[in-house]
Design a protein around this ligand. Sequence first.
Ligand code: FEO
Ligand code: CA
Ligand code: CA
Ligand code: CA
Length: 599
Amino acid sequence: VVPPVGVAPLLGFTALAAGRADTIVVPQGYSATTFLPWGTPLTGSYPSFLTDASNSGAEQEQQVGMHHDGMHFFPIDARSSANDSTEGLLVFNHEYIDHNLIHANGIDTMPRIADQVRKEIAAHGVSVAHIQRQADGSWQLVDNSPFNRRITGATPMELAGPVRGSSKVVTKYSPDGSRTRGTLNNCGNGFTPWGTYLTCEENWAGYFVNTDAEKPREHTRYGVPGSNGRYFWETATPPADAYQRFNASAMAADAAEDYRNEPNTFGWIVEIDPFNPDSVPQKRTALGRFGHEGIIFGKLEEGQPIVLYSGDDSTFEYIYKFVSAAPYYKNTAGGHLLNDGILYVAKFNEDGSGDWLPLDINNADFTAKAAAAGVTFTDQADVLLNTRLAADVAGATKMDRPEWGAVHPETGEVYFTLTNNSRRTEQQTDAANPRASNTSGHIIRWHERETQAAMAFDWDIFLLAGDVGTATPGTELVLTADNHLASPDGLWFDANGLLWIQTDMSGSQQGDGPYGNNQMLVADPVTRQIKRFLIGPTDCEVTGITATPDMKTLFVNIQHPGDRSTPGAFTSHWPDGGNSRPRSATVIVTKNDGGVIGS
Ligand code: FEO
Ligand code: CA
Ligand code: CA
Ligand code: CA
């Protein structure tokens, strides 16, 4: 048990009842304030947000993006003592955009207007915001700080690790296969012990189109569409290379138009140095290519390899672990540790044991399995470009949509949300995914045998989500009106060892049913006491969480409030109220007595 950084007892607040108000609700004794909503002027000439959504593409490039997701607070002294709780860099993802909200009248023309597409690409990616706590306790953006930065779906990036230079990432833009432009569908996040941010590319495949009859496995296994990209960016008019690159069809023998490999430069973990505004983001290909939800470090040990975990959020996909080739030493640690190592995939055995299966072309067991399956990989770059196929070949356990992971700061125990999987049949259930038609999801956990880098682990189910009365077999946990939940997604351990759980109910669960609006709960991982702590506004998702080191300021993201809106009819008016257009935003939670969050 971790000694609390602040006052005890923890979980002392009164749990919230589920609710459906178009506002943020926090427990008695706490306050919540909106911060840095979509469109906030952030860099350059600091263009004001226009409430009718008529800002241009160029303006959006200088404003906070849309649909906030994963997030991390870096104390301004993160490179030294890392304990400043009054000033830092808040770095946060922008997962996707909503046509009905990002433009004044949605979209009504096809082909797409180039400046609208430019704006949509600019609303994706990552924001870096230099923020400061004021004497009155409020937080403000530091205007004109050199750290304030937008990274978008168009920002130049480098490919790093084994896939760099592969023939399968050669494009017109990068004839030597070393570079690409932009990061897309940035969902969960991570951060490194050396003070950099990790953003994850989740549902990137849908942004591209490949109309060819024969498509490469690098496209098909990830679902690159055959008719059009999800936002029709490839149709932008007047046409430009920056938009045509989303068409990955073999359009022409003319290499000047060749972007067949463009989708292969997506699906990665991207490392960003927020303290160096001129740094070029690095796509860390050794960590595998899939629908990366989030990324989380295992517990660090001086002289041991670093270990990272990442889930692939799609039905029947997998959980992965990366173990660096070089050992970790605090004084020399850096991005090079992410370029060389072995990627493993999880197999959850029926008896509660588990195995990490290597996806390594130099491993005889792996190559024998590939040969037996009739699958050929030419080199490790080919394995990594086809990580999902490699995991199929290895015989990993197909999971119920792995979302975020969290590692207990003291014990190193790993927790993962499995958000739901309504497609799983009774015949497809297993001990780790025990429910057919799993519409409410669960949380699994494991501890590694011996060291974090171990090849075997022991696991159990921490929580089965569901309505009041849902029991988790083998435990005393039975959900009540204080903590019933569905579709767990965001997951985070605070410095006191409390586990924060965020929900992403969608469809009918989001708009109707017993759970109220999407929300955040907090759990004691030892006792399984769980309480509802925050409820979001109408039609939102609660996702992304971080705090100051003293745990007295908590940052939480509210994504897609009012996501069933049409241009003329908004289903939420959060956060600006009245008849306003809904905007994703960060929420700052504090305790009115200045105490530790969660107490
Ligand atoms: Fe972007 Fe899996 O949530
Ligand atoms: Ca998510
Ligand atoms: Ca989700
Ligand atoms: Ca979402």
